[in-house]
Unconditional design. Structure first.
Lengths: 807, 543
C-alpha cells in the first residue's frame, strides 16, 4: 500500500510512512485481557469487535448492549454484530461459510460475553451480574454515541455528554480502574481555521469555559419547555390540521395517532434546532461536536483514578483494507450527499475548493483504538489524546474530491426510472447561504403545488401527479437538510494534528505495524474514492446503475402476484369507487326519482346539486355523520318497495357503474379459495343485489317500523375505524389472519381498513391515498367502468313515461 | 305497405362492377361508408325486394290456427282444465324490432281468444330465452302487446324463461346420437312447458336457421340442452348453418325434436315469415334498401343530411337514434300445426325472400356490418358481437358453398369500439379480457374456459335476476365463427378500433383500399371480390 501512494505526485503528497518501528506488541499486550466495549452495534463498534476477534486471538470481549424493543441484548448482538458481512472474512479464513460457521460461532460463544446496559442511564442500567462482569474487565472502550449530526439536544446530551462520565463513575463505584478508552471526535475543536493539536480542550487558547452541568440541566429543561408548548391549544390545532391534511377523513383513531406523531416530531425538531443553535452559539458546528466536547470535559473532571485515553477520529468512512476494502455499515454521513448528487437532486454543495475534507477510513480508526488500548498507560492522572485524521498528514482537498466524484459519476452515471443516464452538475463552490436559498425557493413552490393539488378532487392516474410532486418535495427537503447539517463541516478549515497517532504507529513492532498500522499516509485518495468508497456507496444505496428501463408494470405485477397468492385468507372490499363508480348520493337519487314525474325530477336535481357542496364538506369531515345525516332521507320509505327497486337498481345503476375488473378480482379471490367480504357504509337496500358476488357482506342497516324505514341506522355504519374493527371482528370470528389478508379501498378515509391488513390495495386512489400508497409501496389498481356505460351528472332512474305503451 | 304502383317485387341479383357503377353503400355500425369497388373484378350481391305482405294478417292467422298442417285445429286441442303454455321467440327476433303490433302479439291474442272460448284458464306465457338475457318490461310489452302484458304479467303468468332455476328445468332424455364435442345430446325443457298438455310456440322466422325444432329444443332449454350443439365440433360440420340440408346444428335440433315427440309435451307450432321491408319504402332510411343508382334526389339529400348529422353526434346518441328504429316488416306467411311440416313451408317462404343465385366464389368477400345483431337489441354491439355478425351470420348466409373461396379473405367494415354493455354483457367483458387475450381457438377455449364461465355463480345470478346474457354465451358467439375461421385465410376489419380488432385476432385497416391491398398478401394480386349488400337480408345460393 505504501508504494501505491508513493506513485501519486500531488502537491499534497504525504510524507513517507514512518519507517521506524518500536516495541509495542499489540497482540501480546492484549493477550488474556478482557475488553469491554460500548456501542458495538454501531459502524465503528462492529469494526472494532471484528478486528479484535480476528486479529487479537487471545483477548475476551464484554459487549455492553442495549436491549432492543423486542429482542434481548444477546439476540441483538448476534443479529446486528456477528451476522454482519464484516465477519465473512473471519469465517472464510476458517474455511467456513456464513451459513455453516460452527467454529466461528463456537469462538464467539467462548470469547464474547454480552451484558445488558445503557449508557444513557445512571449506573448504566447494569444488573449485579453485569456489574461483576464489567468489574472484571481490563480495558473499557467507549464507542457508543449519538452520531447523527441532527440528534435532538437532550438525547445527544444524555449519551454523548454524560455517557463517558457515567461509565467512569460506575467503574469507581465498582472500585476498579481499567484502562478507559473514550472515542470522541476531532470536531470538538470547534469551527475554526488553523491547527488543532492533540490536547485537552481546556488547554486550548480558544477554549470557552462552559459549565457542563448547567448545559445538562438546560437541555433537559428545553425538552420540558418544548413539550409543554407542543401541548398548547394552538399547536395541537396545527398538528391536527396537518394530520387531516395528510390523511383526510381517516377516522378519529388514525388522525389522533398521526396528530400525536406530528407533536412528538415537532418537539424533536425543536430540540434539534435548539441543539444546533446552542452549538453554533458556542462555536461548534452542531450538537454532536458540542456534546462530545463537553463530554470530554466532564470525563476529565470525573475520571478520578481511572486511567483515561481519548481517541478523536475525524469523519469516519468506509474501510481502506480491513476487513475488506469498502466495508461499511449503515447509511452514513457522506453517502446521502453523494447519492443525492448523483441523482441530480443536489446540484451544489457548499464548500471551499481548497479546503480539506477530513475523512478517515474506519479500519485506521479501529487500529488506533486498539493500539491505544494495548499501549502502556504512562501517566494515569493525565488524559492521553490521540487524533485519527488525515488532514495534516495526507490531506484530501475539497476540489479533488468533487472532481473525483463528478468524474466517476460521469463515467458511471446512475439512471432514472426511464432508463436515461443522469448527468451530474458541475460544482461552482457557492456559499452555503446561496445553496440554502435556492433549495428553499424550490421547496416553497413545490409545497404550494402540493397544497393546491390536495384540494382538487382527483382520482386514479391524475392523483399520481400529486404523488410525484410530493416525492420531489421530500427530495428537496432532504437536500435542504443535508446542506444545513453537513454544510458546516464542508466549510470547516481546522487542521487536526496527529503527532501522537504517528508516535503510536512508530511504537509498534514491525509485525504489529503490518496488522495494526494507523498512519493515514497509506491512503491513496484517488484509489480510495473511485475504487473503494464510491462503488461501496452506490452498491449500498441500491440505486439504478444500469440503463435498462425499469418496467413500471413489473412492480405492479409482483405486488399483484402476492395479493393473489393462494395462501391469503381474506379479501375485504370497499364498495364506492372500488367496485362501483358511485356513492350513496347517487343511489339515493336513483331510488328517489323512481316514481317522480319530469317536473319533480328537475326540482330534485336542482335541490341535490344545491346541497352538493355542503354534503361534500360534511363527508370530508366525518363519514359517519354524513351517512347518518344523509340516510334520514329514507325516512318513511316502504321496505317492500325498496326491496323491489333494489333489483332494478342493480341492473340500471350498479352494474352500469361497476368496474368489470373489480368484479373480476372479487371472483378471482373466491376462485383462489379466499374468503371475500364487502364492507361498506352503503345501505343494505343498495348492497343486497351484490350479495352473491361475495361470501359475506357487512353494510349499514336501517331500522324499520311497520314495513317502513325510519331513516335511522341500527348500528354505527362501517366506515373509517369502525370498518377496520368490523373486519377485525370478522377475522377473529372466522379464524382468519389479517396479516395474510387483502383489502381494497379508494380513499384515505379507508386507511384504517387498509392498515389493518397485510396486503392493502389502493383502487383509483384519490390524491392523499395515492401519495400514501406510493410511500408505503402498496399495490395500486386503476379500474374503469365498462366503456359504453352512460355518464350522467346525477343518475336518475329512467322516466316511467318512456315505459308506457304506444299503441 | 308497398306503394300501390310498385311493380311486382324484383328478385335479388349480382351486379358486376364497371366504370358506371356508383359508390356502393357499406353499413358501418351506427353509420355508413360509400365505397368504390375495383372495376372489372368486383361484384355486388343485392337482396330481393320485399315480397308483398299479407293484406289481412289477423285473418290469415286465424285461418292458420283453424286449418293447421298435419294437425288438428287449435280449438279442438283446447279443453277446460288443461295446462296451456304459450312460448314465443324473444328479443333477438326480428331485427330490428318491428313496428307495433308485433306479429307475436297478433298470434298470442288469437290463441288466447280461442283458449278463453274453450274455457282454458291455466295459461302461462313464456319468453323462450334459452341463455339470452331477460327481456325488460318495455321489451315484453313491445313483443306481446300491452293488453296481454297487463292481463298476465302482474299475476306472474307472463315471464322470461329462467334456464338456471334448478327446480324449474327438467331433462326429457338423450338422443341416440353420441353427440359432437364433449357432451351427449341432452334434451332439456322448462318444467312448466314439459308438464303442459299443450305448448303453443309462436315463432318469427327471420332467417332460415330459425324455427322448427330449434324453437322448443333450444328456446325452452338451458345449458344442458344447448351445449349439445352449440360447440365448435357441430359448427364446423354446419356448412352452412343457414342451409338445413347441410347443417349439423339443424340435424342435432331435429334429433332433439324426436326426444320431445317421445317424452315431451304436445307441440303446436306457429311459424311466421316476414318480408325484408326493413327500412321502409319511404321515410328517412328508405334509400338503405334501394339500389344506389336508383336513389332519387330526395334519397341523396336525405343520405347526405344523415351523414352530416351522424358526424356531430356522440356514439351514445347515434346508438340511441338507431336503436329507436322499428322496422315496418310485413307478414308474408303464417302456418301452424306439426313442427316439421310447418317448418318445411316456412323455409320455402324464407328462401323465396332471401335466396339470390350467385355463380362461383371469389378471393375476397366484403361486408358492411350494421349497428345491430341478434344480441345487442337496445344494447351495444361489442367486438365479440361484431365478430359473430360477420363470421357467424353474414358469412353463413349461403347455400352450396361460401361466396369466398377457401383460404380467401373476409373484409368487414365496422367501428368495432372497445365497448361493452355492462348490464347485458358482463361475461363478454371478462371473455374479452381473459379468454381472447389467451386464445382465439374455439376448441382450445372450449376445453380451457367454457365450464368455468358457464357455471359461474355471479354470471348465473346476473342472468337470473338482472338482464345479462348467460355466462357461457360469449363462447357460443365465438363457436359460431368456427366454420368461417376454419375456411378463411384472413379477416380484416375496416375502420375498427385497432386494439379491439387485434384482440379478436383480426387485422385492422383504416380504408377499404388498404384492406384490399392487405388481402393481396394472402390471396395474391388482383383478387376477385364479392360484396354482400346486406341488410336487407339476402342468402347467396352459390353454384
Amino acid at each position: 500500500m505504501a508504494d501505491e501512494t508513493a506513485e501519486s505526485k500531488s502537491a499534497d503528497e504525504p510524507a513517507p510512512a514512518t519507517a521506524a518501528s518500536g516495541s509495542l506488541d499489540v497482540c501480546g499486550s492484549l493477550a488474556g485481557k478482557r475488553i469491554a466495549i460500548t456501542g458495538s452495534t454501531g459502524f465503528l463498534g462492529t469494526a472494532l469487535v471484528e478486528r479484535l476477534i480476528r486479529s487479537v486471538p487471545d483477548c475476551e470481549l464484554v459487549l455492553l448492549v442495549r436491549p432492543g424493543k423486542k429482542s434481548s441484548p444477546a439476540e441483538r448482538a448476534r443479529r446486528e454484530i456477528f451476522r454482519n458481512d464484516a465477519f465473512h472474512r473471519n469465517i472464510s479464513e476458517r474455511g467456513e461459510t456464513p451459513r455453516s460457521a460452527d467454529t466461528f460461532w463456537e469462538d464467539i460463544e467462548r470469547r464474547v460475553t454480552v451484558i445488558s446496559g445503557d449508557v444513557s442511564t445512571d449506573g448504566l442500567g447494569l444488573d449485579d451480574a453485569g456489574r461483576a462482569t464489567l468489574a472484571s474487565c481490563d480495558v473499557v472502550i467507549h464507542s457508543a454515541a449519538t452520531v447523527s449530526f441532527d440528534a435532538p439536544l437532550d438525547g445527544a446530551v444524555e449519551v454523548n455528554l454524560l455517557g463517558p462520565t457515567r461509565i467512569v463513575e460506575t467503574l469507581q463505584d465498582l472500585g476498579v480502574t481499567p484502562h478507559f478508552v473514550a472515542v470522541s471526535t476531532c470536531y470538538v475543536a470547534g469551527n475554526r481555521r488553523g491547527s488543532a493539536p492533540e490536547q485537552l480542550l481546556m488547554d486550548s487558547p480558544f477554549h470557552i469555559d462552559v459549565d457542563w452541568k448547567q448545559e445538562v440541566k438546560a437541555a433537559r429543561r428545553t425538552r420540558a419547555d418544548f413539550d409543554a408548548e407542543s401541548r398548547t391549544v394552538d399547536r395541537l390545532d396545527e398538528f391536527r390540521k396537518r394530520a387531516s391534511h395528510e390523511l383526510g377523513a381517516a377516522g378519529t383513531p388514525l388522525l389522533a395517532a398521526k396528530t400525536e406523531q406530528y407533536r412528538v416530531r415537532w418537539v424533536s425538531e425543536q430540540l434539534v434546532e435548539a441543539g444546533r443553535a446552542r452549538a453554533a452559539s458556542l462555536g461548534w458546528p452542531d450538537s454532536y461536536a458540542y456534546t462530545k466536547a463537553l463530554g470530554e470535559r466532564a470525563l476529565v473532571e470525573s475520571k478520578g483514578n481511572v486511567p483515561v485515553s481519548i481517541v478523536r477520529p475525524s469523519i469516519i468512512e468506509s474501510a481502506w483494507m480491513e476487513p475488506r476494502p469498502g466495508w461499511i455499515k449503515g447509511f452514513r454521513m457522506a453517502e446521502p450527499i453523494l447519492i443525492s448528487y448523483a441523482q441530480g437532486l443536489l446540484k451544489e454543495f457548499p464548500g471551499v475548493p481548497e479546503g480539506v475534507v477530513d475523512v478517515i477510513p474506519v479500519d485506521l480508526v479501529v487500529a488506533a483504538i486498539i493500539n491505544v488500548a494495548a499501549g502502556p498507560v504512562t501517566d494515569p492522572d493525565n488524559v492521553a489524546i490521540t487524533q485519527v485524521a488525515s488532514g495534516t498528514r495526507n490531506p484530501l482537498r475539497y476540489r479533488q474530491l468533487v472532481e473525483l466524484v463528478s468524474g466517476w459519476f460521469t463515467e458511471k452515471p446512475l439512471y432514472d426510472r426511464k432508463g436515461q443516464p443522469i448527468a451530474v452538475a458541475q460544482f461552482s463552490f457557492p456559499g452555503r447561504g446561496a445553496v440554502e436559498r435556492q433549495l428553499e425557493r424550490a421547496h416553497k413552490s413545490l409545497d404550494r403545488a402540493d397544497r393546491t393539488l390536495k384540494l382538487l378532487p382527483l382520482r386514479g392516474k391524475q392523483a399520481m401527479i400529486n404523488a410525484d410532486v410530493e416525492e420531489k418535495k421530500d427530495q428537496v427537503e432532504r437536500a435542504r437538510d443535508y446542506v444545513k447539517i453537513y454544510g458546516a463541516y464542508a466549510e470547516c478549515e481546522a487542521l487536526y494534528g496527529v503527532e501522537n497517532l504517528l508516535d503510536l504507529h512508530g511504537s509498534l513492532t514491525s509485525s504489529a505495524q503490518e496488522t495494526f498500522g494507523c498512519d493515514p499516509a497509506i491512503v491513496d485518495w484517488d484509489h480510495y474514492v473511485t475504487e473503494i468508497h464510491l462503488p461501496s456507496v452506490v452498491d449500498h444505496a441500491r440505486v439504478k446503475t444500469k440503463p435498462e428501463r425499469s418496467d413500471p408494470d413489473a412492480r405492479t405485477t409482483r405486488l399483484r402476484k402476492r395479493v393473489l397468492a393462494p395462501e391469503r385468507h381474506l379479501a375485504a372490499f370497499d364498495l364506492e369507487n372500488t367496485i362501483i363508480a358511485s356513492n350513496v348520493v347517487f343511489s339515493y337519487a336513483w331510488l328517489a326519482t323512481k316514481n317522480m314525474g319530469p317536473s319533480d325530477r328537475v326540482k330534485f336535481t336542482l335541490k341535490t346539486l344545491q346541497e352538493g357542496p355542503e354534503l361534500l364538506a360534511l363527508d370530508r369531515r366525518d363519514r359517519t355523520d354524513f351517512l347518518r345525516h344523509f340516510y334520514r332521507r329514507y325516512d318513511g320509505a316502504s321496505v317492500a318497495e325498496m326491496d323491489r327497486l333494489g333489483q332494478e337498481l342493480l341492473a340500471d345503476h350498479i352494474l352500469t357503474k361497476a368496474f368489470p375488473a373489480a368484479v373480476r378480482r372479487v371472483r378471482k379471490h373466491r376462485e383462489l379459495g379466499h374468503r371475500t367480504v364487502l364492507i361498506t357504509g352503503a345501505l343494505n337496500i343498495v348492497v343486497d343485489p351484490l350479495k352473491p358476488l361475495f361470501d359475506d357482506v357487512i353494510c349499514a342497516e336501517m331500522s324499520e317500523i311497520g314495513g317502513r324505514y325510519t331513516g335511522e341506522l341500527l348500528a354505527v355504519p362501517p366506515t373509517g375505524e369502525v370498518r377496520a374493527q368490523a373486519l377485525r371482528d370478522y377475522a377473529d370470528t372466522h379464524g382468519f389472519d389479517l396479516a395474510e389478508s387483502v383489502a381494497y379501498a379508494d380513499s384515505s378515509s379507508d386507511l384504517p381498513l387498509l392498515d389493518a391488513v397485510g396486503f392493502p390495495v389502493a383502487v383509483n386512489p384519490e390524491t392523499r391515498l395515492a401519495s400514501i400508497s406510493i410511500k408505503r409501496g402498496w399495490l395500486i389498481e386503476y379500474w374503469s367502468k365498462a366503456q359504453g356505460g352512460t355518464d350522467k351528472v346525477l343518475p336518475l332512474s329512467p322516466l316511467p313515461s318512456l315505459r308506457k305503451s304506444r299503441l | 305497405m308497398a306503394p300501390a304502383n310498385r311493380p311486382s317485387p324484383r328478385p335479388g341479383f349480382t351486379l358486376d362492377v364497371d366504370r358506371q357503377t356508383p359508390p356502393i353503400l357499406f353499413h358501418h355500425g351506427e353509420g355508413f361508408r360509400m365505397e368504390k369497388l375495383p372495376v372489372g373484378r368486383s361484384r355486388v350481391i343485392y337482396p330481393s325486394e320485399p315480397l308483398n305482405g299479407l293484406k289481412d294478417p289477423d285473418h290469415e292467422i286465424n285461418e292458420a290456427l283453424l286449418n293447421p298442417i298435419e294437425d288438428d285445429p287449435l280449438p279442438s286441442l283446447l279443453t277446460p282444465g288443461m295446462k296451456l303454455t304459450i312460448a314465443f321467440d324473444d328479443l333477438s327476433l326480428p331485427l330490428p324490432p318491428m313496428q307495433r303490433p308485433d306479429v307475436r302479439q297478433r298470434i298470442i291474442e288469437a290463441v288466447l281468444d280461442m283458449a278463453a272460448a274453450a274455457g282454458v284458464d291455466d295459461v302461462h306465457i313464456v319468453a323462450a330465452l334459452a341463455l339470452h338475457r331477460r327481456m325488460t318490461e318495455p321489451e315484453l310489452r313491445q313483443a306481446v302487446g300491452d293488453r296481454v302484458y297487463e292481463a298476465f304479467a302482474p299475476h306472474g303468468l307472463l315471464y322470461n324463461l329462467d334456464a338456471e332455476d334448478p327446480d324449474e328445468m327438467v331433462i326429457l332424455g338423450e338422443t341416440d346420437h353420441e353427440g359432437h364435442g364433449p357432451h351427449k345430446e341432452t334434451v332439456q325443457m322448462q318444467r312448466r312447458a314439459a308438464e303442459s298438455d299443450l305448448v303453443v310456440y309462436v315463432n318469427i322466422n327471420l332467417v332460415s336457421m330459425d324455427g322448427g325444432w330449434k324453437s322448443t329444443a333450444t328456446g325452452l332449454s338451458g345449458y344442458a340442452g344447448v351445449r349439445s350443439h352449440h360447440n365448435p365440433e357441430t359448427m364446423t360440420r354446419s356448412k352452412s348453418f343457414m342451409d338445413q340440408d347441410a347443417s349439423e346444428l339443424h340435424r342435432s335440433n331435429w334429433r332433439q325434436g324426436e326426444v320431445i315427440k317421445k317424452h315431451g309435451p304436445r307441440i303446436f307450432q306457429i311459424e311466421t315469415t316476414l318480408n325484408t321491408n326493413t327500412f321502409g319504402y319511404d321515410g328517412p332510411l328508405a334509400m338503405l334498401q334501394k339500389r344506389e343508382w336508383e336513389w332519387s334526389m330526395r334519397d341523396r339529400a336525405a343520405f347526405s343530411g344523415m351523414q352530416l348529422g351522424l358526424k356531430r353526434m356522440t356514439s351514445a346518441q347515434k346508438r340511441k337514434a338507431f336503436h329507436s328504429w322499428k322496422a315496418p316488416y310485413e307478414l308474408t306467411s303464417v302456418q301452424a300445426g306439426e313442427v316439421e311440416a310447418v317448418h318445411k313451408k316456412t323455409t320455402e317462404m324464407v328462401y323465396k325472400q332471401h335466396m339470390v343465385p350467385v355463380a362461383g366464389q371469389t378471393d375476397v368477400v366484403t361486408m358492411g356490418l350494421p349497428y345491430l345483431s341478434p344480441y345487442n337489441v337496445n344494447s351495444i354491439m361489442n367486438p365479440i358481437l361484431v365478430a359473430v355478425q360477420g363470421l357467424g351470420y353474414f358469412f353463413n348466409l349461403y347455400r352450396g358453398k361460401p361466396v369466398v373461396r377457401e383460404g380467401g379473405v373476409l373484409i368487414m367494415s365496422h367501428p368495432t369500439p372497445w365497448e361493452f354493455h355492462p348490464v347485458h354483457h358482463p361475461s363478454y367483458i371478462d371473455f374479452f379480457e381473459q379468454v381472447l387475450a389467451d386464445t382465439t381457438d374455439p376448441v382450445e377455449m372450449q376445453h380451457k374456459y367454457e365450464k368455468q364461465f358457464a357455471e359461474d355463480e355471479w354470471y348465473r345470478h346476473l342472468y337470473r335476476t338482472s338482464y345479462a346474457y348467460h355466462g357461457v354465451h360469449p363462447f357460443y358467439m365465438w363457436y359460431w365463427c368456427s366454420h368461417a375461421l376454419q375456411h378463411l385465410g384472413g379477416v380484416i376489419v375496416v375502420g375498427g378500433d385497432n386494439k379491439a380488432v387485434r384482440r379478436l385476432g383480426f387485422k385492422p385497416a383504416s380504408t377499404l383500399s388498404d384492406a384490399l391491398e392487405m388481402a393481396e398478401d394472402v390471396v395474391g394480386p388482383q383478387p376477385t371480390i364479392t360484396h354482400l349488400h346486406n341488410p336487407p337480408i339476402l342468402m347467396a345460393d352459390v353454384t
